[in-house]
Design a binder for this molecule. Structure first.
Ligand SMILES: [Zn+2]
Length: 107
């Protein structure tokens, strides 16, 4: 299945929504995760930080199951039936080889 993924080089970059330009990852805020209506998930390799209900419904396993069984988060994201409609940003977490993934609707 095709995966639209863009790389962000910096772990401390602000991330803006490609549709509404809302700052979804804003490091100058204490609450730095601010999902907009186009954000379907924000995830680390180790688990989800945010997931829209409509996106969770397209996954093979619930987020609780993914966390409880320590399933690979990106593998589970790739199983979403919504994947063809999504644009996923990948950015380094700044620790080991972990990444953060931010999924947006493409329209
Ligand atoms: Zn948006």
């Amino acid at each position: 299945m095709p995966l639209s993924m863009r790389q962000i080089e910096s772990a401390t970059a602000h991330v803006t929504c490609p549709i509404c330009q809302s700052c979804v990852i804003n490091w100058s805020e204490e609450q730095y995760i601010q999902p907009c209506q186009h954000t379907v998930f924000i995830a680390l390799d180790l688990g989800f930080e945010f997931v829209a209900d409509s996106f969770e419904a397209t996954l093979a396993h619930s987020v609780d199951d993914i966390h409880q069984h320590e399933l690979n988060v990106l593998d589970e994201i790739k199983k979403s039936t919504q994947l063809p409609e999504l644009l996923i940003y990948q950015m380094p977490l700044g620790a080991l080889d972990y990444s953060r993934y931010i999924g947006f609707k493409q329209r």
